[in-house]
Design a binder for this molecule. Structure first.
Ligand code: ATP
Length: 231
């Protein structure tokens, strides 16, 4: 579904990614782990065309998206759940969701279905996002991503700032997306929670992919886990 080959991305003259290659298959959940500054967010920004790579190729759904503008990449079926949620604070949840709605070649989701996933959302629809808690905002951000009819969702630190119970809810939602055949690339500091919901894992360090493997295997190998991700 997503294939990145030899991606090199820069901020000005500073190189952040050094030949990053990774792929996400259809309906696969892939975790991207690593310490602060490793290049995880930059990898997502490269896919989205927000920080286009200087070298390497990115294919999504068999099409070359390397130098496509972000709005076209979104219309191809890639949704993003950013770490800072990026909702319009003075607009209601309902308006934010309407602004995120989009049709692609992938399954279209209805607003009503979001209430099935997040039962609390229905009562939040008329509330401005600036008056919401972190967990409520995350529901809006994930619902907005789904209403964009994605084939692939990029999650950037979805558990950041959330209570453990809400984190579990977010991870359950990711599992649900997988069951629906949606692919997920999951950047997460909460490595154990991410590994539990993922099929495969990449570990990054200083702009390089240092390890690629099966998530379950890494979860079950405490020594390797300690060496690679320090948990
Ligand atoms: P974190 O978990 O802290 O967000 P990360 O793994 O997502 O870390 P990135 O944010 O992708 O890492 O950062 C990768 C490198 O790029 C770091 O060295 C960072 O300082 C640098 N970088 C990130 N954003 C910018 C920017 N806007 N301008 C210059 N350098 C940047």
């Amino acid at each position: 579904m997503l294939e990145m080959q030899g991606i090199e991305t820069f901020y000005g003259e500073t190189q952040a990614l050094f030949g990053v290659s990774l792929n996400v298959g259809p309906g696969e959940v892939v975790a991207l782990l690593g310490p602060n500054g490793a290049g995880k967010t930059t990898t997502l920004r490269s896919v989205l065309g927000l920080s286009p790579p200087r070298r390497g190729r990115i294919h999504f759904d068999k099409q070359d998206i390397t130098h496509m503008p972000t709005h076209r990449i979104a219309r191809m079926g890639i949704s993003w759940v950013p770490d800072d949620r990026r909702v319009f604070p003075t607009l209601t949840a309902s308006r934010n969701l309407r602004l995120g709605s989009r049709r692609t070649r992938f399954r279209a989701w209805e607003q009503q279905e979001m209430f099935g996933i997040f039962s609390a959302l229905e009562h939040l629809m008329g509330r401005e996002c600036e008056n919401m808690s972190g967990g409520e905002l995350q529901m809006v951000a994930i619902s907005r991503a789904l209403l964009g009819s994605p084939g692939l969702v990029l999650f950037d630190e979805p558990s950041q700032g959330l209570a453990p119970l809400i984190v579990q809810g977010v991870m359950n939602t990711i599992h649900r997306l997988k069951q629906e055949g949606i692919s997920v690339l999951l950047v997460e500091q909460n490595a154990l929670a991410a590994l539990e919901v993922s099929d495969r894992v990449y570990v990054m360090d200083r702009g390089h992919i240092g390890h690629e493997g099966c998530a379950r295997e890494l979860l079950g190998n405490a020594a390797l886990r300690q060496r690679l991700i320090g948990v």
